[in-house]
Design a protein around this ligand. Structure first.
Ligand code: S3P
Length: 447
């Protein structure tokens, strides 16, 4: 599928939109629903393909999961209630699905095969296999591009019946919520205490849900944030309602469109503003935008708000360290915005972008250049010189949803039409993206 963007000079975007439920929270609500006893009702579920892969995988593991649009009913199997799947679980494009499942499955008394699409088959898995191995698990995969690494297809061996993993301390070299969550899921069935420390606090949705479920988790803030779970104190927990807030990572594209197209004013309602995710809002503020927050409330243990932005002149900014971790999935759209900001923007400490759905440093650098951007690729980020006059072009998203949506939003302010090829993957996180932009007044179509 390709996206076609026809800029409409002189026409502002206006209105209020909603976005799909948070992808990270949706995965976790399904998994904890599956581990509870009795039914859990997940509301605000994202209909994105990534989350549907997690739902399908749980079904293959013997959990009843009924999808009814944005409501999903999970008939929990309880801790220890999963059953062996027939054939490999296809995680599609979803890194979160495969890594969280590694943690969930490595202590089970049966083996599981995990696989995914071409993009997922290129993504590094040693980062989960190695810490889980230190707890007694065994996960094999195909050789990866980096020496010693493995990539899908994976074989999660499981344990002999009656055997348990062993709680261990893990000091992560790179902040990663996927790795932290995989370890915490494994820790539920492990003997003793499992600890995870990370250099910066990555998104904490797993911790919030575990705490809400009464699981024996301690959160230890500090210069090196840590969490600890006592596997010996884990008790069965009942099903419960999970309310999923809107996904800030999807809202970011609509807010960016509102920020870019002159005269625009855009609101996105009911979006998660969990502080581990709001780096993008801090970066937008640093670029000179005023982000209005209204209707602040709590949605399923996550702070949520309506966010409003009005178009304005943009200034360059510097994104590094903790801010990079807190805006990791929004760095492509922030790089796109930086092409319109006065001055030189640097995005640093973002080497992780090289192992996302595409090498986002390389793909964003190449594709932004096609639109006329002036920038330099750095080993761990980008240096973007703005404001550059942009011209419509034929680009490719390299099969990466966030690259597709970033290019599409930036093309709204280019001169002339832009086509973004290889954009099918927008369904992984934001199936209604073009419709949402269209409802705000943009001319963007899918072909
Ligand atoms: C996610 C964690 C992040 C993020 C991804 C979702 C999660 O990945 O980029 O989109 O839901 O745990 P890393 O853990 O690799 O940083």
């Amino acid at each position: 599928m390709r996206l076609r963007v026809r800029p409409q000079p002189g026409r502002a975007l206006a209105g209020a939109a909603t976005v799909p439920g948070d992808k990270s929270v949706s995965h976790r609500a399904l998994i904890f629903g599956a581990l509870g006893t009795g039914d859990s009702v997940v509301t605000g579920f994202s209909g994105g393909d990534d989350n549907r892969r997690t739902a399908a995988a749980l079904r293959a593991l013997g959990v009843g999961v009924e999808e009814r649009g944005t409501t999903v009913i999970v008939h929990g199997a309880g801790l220890g209630g999963l059953t062996r799947a027939v054939g490999p679980l296809d995680c599609g494009n979803s890194g979160t699905t495969i890594r969280l499942l590694c943690g969930l499955l490595c202590g089970q008394p049966f083996p599981t095969a995990l696989d995914g699409d071409a993009s997922l088959r290129a993504r590094p898995m040693r980062r989960v296999a190695e810490p889980l191995a230190r707890m007694g698990a065994r996960i094999d995969g195909a050789p990866g591009a980096r020496p010693g690494d493995i990539v899908p297809p994976l074989r999660v061996h499981g344990l002999a019946r009656g055997a348990r993993l062993v709680g261990t301390t893990h000091d992560l070299a790179v902040a990663s919520a996927q790795v932290k969550s995989a370890i915490l899921l494994a820790a539920l069935g492990a003997r003793g205490v499992t600890r995870v420390t990370e250099p910066e606090l990555s998104r904490d949705h797993t911790e919030r849900l575990m705490a809400a479920l009464g699981l024996p988790l301690s959160v230890i803030p500090g210069a090196r944030p840590a969490v600890a779970l006592d596997g010996d104190a884990v008790r069965p927990f009942p099903g419960r309602p999970f309310a999923v807030p809107g996904d800030l990572s999807s809202a970011a594209f609509l807010l960016a469109a509102g920020a870019l197209v002159p005269g625009s004013r855009v609101t996105v309602r009911g979006v998660s503003v969990n502080p581990t995710r709001t780096g993008v809002l801090d970066a937008l503020t640093a670029m000179g935008l005023v982000i209005g927050r209204g209707a602040e409330r709590d949605e399923g243990g996550e702070p949520t708000a309506d966010l409003t932005v009005a178009a304005d002149d943009l200034a360059a900014t510097h994104i590094a360290g903790a801010l990079t971790v807190r805006s990791i999935d929004e760095l492509p759209i922030l790089a796109a915005l930086a092409t319109r900001a006065a001055g030189t923007t640097e995005i640093r400490d973002a080497g992780e972008l090289r192992v996302k759905e595409s090498d986002r440093i390389a793909t964003m650098a190449a594709e932004l250049r096609r639109l006329g951007a002036e920038l330099e690729e750095l080993p761990d980020g980008l240096r973007v010189h703005g404001p550059a006059p942009l011209r419509g072009a034929r680009c490719t998203a390299h099969g990466d949803h966030r690259v597709a949506m970033s290019l599409c939003v930036l093309a709204l302010v280019a001169e002339g039409e832009t086509v973004v090829e290889e954009a099918d993957s927008i369904v992984t996180s934001f199936p209604g993206f073009t419709a949402a932009l269209g409802a705000l007044g943009a001319d963007v179509t899918q072909e």
